[in-house]
Write a protein of this length. Sequence first.
Length: 77
Amino acid sequence: MKSTSKFMMTVVISVLGLAFVLSVSGCGLYHRPGETSAERARRHNRVLKNNISLMAEDVDQLLNLDRMSHLAEKRVP
């Protein structure tokens, strides 16, 4: 029984140590191989632009701005 508890304690400490190391380092140290800082900036800008446009579409759909109103005779741009 004593060897099993030592093994379990070693596994728990190892997992906690790995979790601590990963939480401290995070994704900031990860860079794609062969990617320059300019390419990374373009990729971030493209993702941000895409996310903002998708969010604007969701807001338009929520406020019913994506469909014509039956109350107006003419379409307002």
